[in-house]
Design a protein around this ligand. Structure first.
Ligand code: SAM
Length: 261
């Protein structure tokens, strides 16, 4: 079947990589796992072998009959639930009421939206194991020691880890970029305790608005300069710091400081 570029269809052709991703997902036989974009079902098959209850969401209507045929037994035995939908339209909280993990080779064109949707929703997964573009995984874990909007948006909910790099040759058709397995563990809203979620995202977005500017002038778009100077001193943040130099803890302190002001 001709792959649809518009749906990010780069299918895995390496059984070893598929096994490694499923292993990194650490799915137990009594657990529920959600796969976004099963494609032709290479990873679905491995996920089913763990004995877990598998829920798949696939957007491409051409793939649905194929998946039904391939997994007839598992679908009738209710080990596999196949949902034909756009993952971004599903309203995860309505689909899954139990604890679950996400394991997926996701379509790269909606990586940010998928991560945000699952981390911010009411029924967050316990863990996400995702194949993403290598640069995205590196940014998510702040590999160069520099925080980013992405790394902070993940770290406020969980611990990102770069599990392994996956070369472009592991996909058909071969993409122009390398990939990496990104896992986000210990997902919860605990770190947001005492922190207003909307304010946290407002502050980090303002902080990263102009890359070349230091953090203080960036935040001057939402707070008075004198209030910022005293907040930075109280939170132990260098007045000349750039947004990328401030770790999660510093942002959380800033947020608590400005809450209600
Ligand atoms: N899991 C398969 C594999 O590893 O070989 C396919 C992965 S491929 C990178 C991404 C899959 O996501 C494709 O099957 C594509 O049709 C599906 N997809 C793309 N956009 C989607 C969306 N918005 N909602 C659900 N599935 C989507």
């Amino acid at each position: 079947m001709l792959k649809k570029k518009s749906l990010g269809q780069n299918f895995l052709n390496s059984p070893k990589i598929v096994s490694d991703i499923v292993e990194a997902g650490n799915v137990g036989s009594s657990e529920t796992v959600l796969e976004i974009g099963p494609g032709e079902g290479v990873m679905t098959e491995k996920l089913l072998e763990t004995g877990a209850h598998v829920i798949c969401i696939e957007k491409d209507d051409r793939l649905i009959p194929e998946l039904h045929k391939r997994f007839l037994k598992e679908i009738s035995g209710k080990q596999l639930e196949l949902i034909h939908a756009d993952v971004l339209d599903t309203g995860i909280t309505h689909i899954i009421k139990v604890k679950y993990k996400v394991v997926a080779n996701i379509p790269y064109y909606i990586t940010g939206q998928i991560i945000r949707m699952f981390l911010e929703c009411d029924n967050q997964p316990e863990k996400m194991t995702l194949l993403v573009q290598k640069e995205v995984a590196e940014r998510a874990v702040a590999r160069d020691g520099k925080e980013s909007l992405l790394s902070l948006s993940i770290k406020i909910f969980g611990d990102p880890k770069l599990v392994r790099v996956v070369g472009r040759g592991a996909f058909t058709p071969q993409p122009n970029v390398d990939s990496a397995v990104l896992s986000i563990e210990k997902i919860s809203k605990e770190r947001l305790e005492g922190v207003d979620e909307k304010l946290f995202f407002k502050i980090i977005h303002a902080g990263f608005a102009h890359k070349r500017k230091q953090l203080l002038p960036n935040l001057a778009s939402i707070y008075k300069k004198e209030d910022l100077i005293s907040a930075f001193e109280k939170c132990g943040i260098d007045l000349k710091a750039r947004a990328e130099d401030v770790e999660l803890n510093g942002w959380v302190k800033l947020c608590k400081n400005f809450y209600g002001s």
